[in-house]
Design a protein around this ligand. Structure first.
Ligand code: HSE
Length: 384
């Protein structure tokens, strides 16, 4: 099987290294997998050509690449050019593997429809949860079960950052810079800390497990407004903040949200260390299952890309759920608010922080400036 890796940053290089390391072993189970092309920008080509020679080409050579390969592994960070690469491959019945959450979230339906029309694998395990094998089993779960909920921690950078602040009182900006150095954070870490990366991943999970929704309409709030005093106040009460994505099927539609959640420090989400992610799934036959593992980084994400390449090479991809469109429904909860809030929605003020009564999240959001930190207090909503 001849493949092209498109983009050779953290993820593309991770996949390349693993394929090279496992080449002989994999060849015992699939046809030999050969990286025939590495497609990069003109600037990166000059840098990589010395090591990889003629294997390195640019997007200008893509038609020739498509004439020769059986699979593309797309690992760029861009949305529209990545969509174009994937679309052109699927139209030619060339299998597509991608780690690109932004492109998959923005174009999920078009990509899936193209893949189905052309009877060609479209696999994106690396787009959600880094190294966690979750989308592959989720395809099966969604066929066997009505999936009533998915939720979890889907961003390694935020989990790492929140843990460092909780454990060591670390400085937000310093840890974020560290996350960039370790290859966890996006090129623009705003996507991590404002919750957009998490929203894209939640959108993909919902599409694969529950139904079609407008991903951009999922209410989203990140952790950029947090400070050490808030973390310390909650720590003294054995509580932690986690950036959590959740989607629950209700009679009104999908209650989906990305927001900071205050959980018990020793709860399932509370104990997840470092950049570990977890995806929890509620199926009506299987019950509650959880998938846990490294949510970001070169080797784990590269591993997920290679897993998809092996799935395509062994022709073992499961069908994708046929989706009906579902409306989004508003979320309610009790909130912790780091802003001088007044009025009948306030249950009590403690140490200058407001704790609200149960309230529509959208109503609260409208009352607060963008710079105010607020977090939902975990109740029994997930276990209802
Ligand atoms: N920036 C992402 C994260 C990378 O921190 O989770 C993995 O998708």
């Amino acid at each position: 099987m001849k493949i092209a890796i498109i983009g050779f940053g953290t993820v593309g290089r991770g996949a390349y290294d693993i394929l090279k390391d496992r080449k002989e072993i994999l060849a015992q189970y699939t046809e030999p997998i050969e990286v025939s092309y590495i497609v990069v920008t003109e600037r990166s080509k000059a840098r990589l050509a010395e090591q990889f020679g003629d294997t390195v080409v640019t997007g200008a050579d893509y038609d020739r690449v498509l004439d020769e390969v059986d699979l593309i592994a797309e690992a760029t960070g861009d949305t529209e050019s990545a969509f174009d690469y994937m679309k052109r491959a699927l139209e030619k019945k060339i299998a597509v593997v991608t780690a690109n959450k932004a492109a998959v979230s923005a174009h999920y339906r078009e990509l899936v429809e193209l893949a189905e029309k052309n009877d060609t694998p479209f696999l994106c395990e690396a787009a959600v949860g880094g190294g966690i094998p979750v989308l592959t089993p989720l395809r099966g779960l969604a066929l066997q079960n009505e999936i009533r909920g998915v939720r979890g921690i889907l961003n390694g950078t935020c989990n790492y950052l929140l843990n460092a602040m909780y454990d060591d009182g670390a400085d937000y900006a310093e840890v974020l810079a560290q996350c960039q150095e370790m290859g966890y954070a996006e090129q623009d870490p705003t996507d991590d800390v404002e919750g957009f990366d998490t929203r894209r991943k939640l959108h993909i999970l919902i599409e694969m497990a529950m139904g079609a929704i407008d991903g951009d309409a999922i209410p989203t709030r990140g952790i950029a407004e947090i400070d050490g005093d808030i973390v310390g106040y909650l720590k003294a009460r054995n509580k932690k903040i986690k950036l959590v994505a959740s989607a629950t099927k209700t009679a009104r539609g999908i209650e989906a949200v990305v927001e900071p959640l205050i959980v018990d420090a020793d709860s399932a989400l509370g104990v997840l260390p470092l950049a570990i992610n977890q995806v929890q799934v509620k199926g009506h036959w299987v019950g509650d299952v959880a998938f846990t593992g490294p949510g970001a980084g070169k080797e784990p994400t590269g591993n997920a890309v290679v897993a998809d390449i092996v799935t395509a090479a062994t022709k073992s991809d499961l069908p994708l759920l046929r989706r009906e469109s579902l409306p989004l429904a508003g979320v309610r909860g009790r909130y912790f608010v780091a802003y001088p809030l007044e009025g009948d929605i306030v249950d009590r003020i403690d140490d200058g922080y407001a704790i609200t009564k149960e309230i529509e999240r959208e109503r609260l959001s409208e009352l607060l400036p963008d710079t105010a930190f607020f977090a939902r207090i975990e109740g029994d909503e997930w276990n209802r």
